[in-house]
Design a protein around this ligand. Structure first.
Ligand SMILES: [Zn+2]
Ligand SMILES: [Zn+2]
Length: 279
């Protein structure tokens, strides 16, 4: 089965016309099913989970101004839109990409419980108040790369162990701008694989890395191999922010999965997982 479970409507609008363009591209790309996974920070209901990130000490002006443009959409409108697309027979799944914010587990769980998601992706874009994927000019020049990697994988382990999510997205996003640590990463990969297996969470193969400065898929092949050995299922993602990017890099993602030993991909309905042959 050919699926892409990670894409965003945020550059367009919450309208059937715009949603249909993603479905049309999915058809052109030979996909059987797509999942829409808008960012939590676009919705007013998510504001209370993240608003402490732009106040007080240690904020970054560029991140603050970007965050302040968020939280404008309504989750009910988004959920209704995807449901309407489904009713039209479009091969859609209702998802959400939620930032894991330490200490906000109860609020995140409440939002998850309030809607009929097919699946929920968990992600880490923030280390404290630093959104490390905004720009290599923001935060990175002052950081020790080894410490940034350590903080990232520490947060990711917490996100996975929370058990809140169905799949953990772009699982080594910290490499986005090509910063590479001098410390060995194998212990982190092993710990992640173990935590994913224990919490019954999938790992996402995300092709967006091909379009970023790092130029390769998330995660690294060695990381994925550990997940495969631990019996962690995969979800597949191209992380399109525009309709034309739906399915882009999917063949490379599938090839990476196969080379790690995977033969199946996870799909979801109402947060129930089934495994399908890798398409
Ligand atoms: Zn993301
Ligand atoms: Zn995304």
């Amino acid at each position: 089965m050919r699926v892409d479970y990670h894409m965003h409507l945020e550059m367009g609008s919450l309208s059937l016309d715009y949603l249909e363009r993603f479905c049309q591209q999915a058809q052109r790309a030979g996909l059987d099913e797509i999942g829409i996974s808008e960012h939590g920070h676009n919705f007013r209901q998510y504001r209370k989970i993240m608003e402490h990130l732009w106040t007080g000490e240690g904020t970054y002006p560029k991140i603050v101004s970007w965050l302040k443009k968020g939280f404008s959409l309504d989750l009910d409108v988004y959920v209704d839109l995807i449901q309407e697309g489904k009713q039209r027979g479009w091969p859609l799944k209702l998802g959400l990409e939620m930032d894991y914010i330490p200490g906000k587990e109860a609020e995140i769980a409440a939002l998850i419980d309030a809607y009929p998601w097919d699946y929920v992706l968990g992600s880490v874009h923030f280390l404290g108040k630093w959104a490390f994927d905004v720009s290599p000019e923001v935060g990175w020049p002052d950081k020790d790369v080894n410490s940034a990697y350590h903080a990232y994988f520490t947060a990711m382990l917490e996100a996975v162990s929370s058990g809140l999510f169905d799949s953990i997205t772009h699982p080594d996003l910290i490499k986005i701008f090509g910063h590479r640590p001098r410390i060995p990463l194998e212990p982190y990969y092993e710990a992640m694989a173990e935590a994913l297996a224990q919490s019954d969470t999938c790992v996402e193969i995300n092709a967006a890395g091909l379009r970023k400065p790092v130029g390769i898929i998330y995660p690294e092949p060695e990381f994925l191999a550990k997940c495969q050995q631990a019996g962690v299922p995969i979800t597949l993602a191209c992380d399109a922010h525009y309709p034309e990017d739906v399915g882009k890099g999917l063949d490379e993602a599938i090839e990476l999965a196969r080379s790690a030993g995977y033969t199946e991909v996870a799909i979801f309905t109402g947060r129930q997982r089934t495994l399908q042959p890798l398409g």
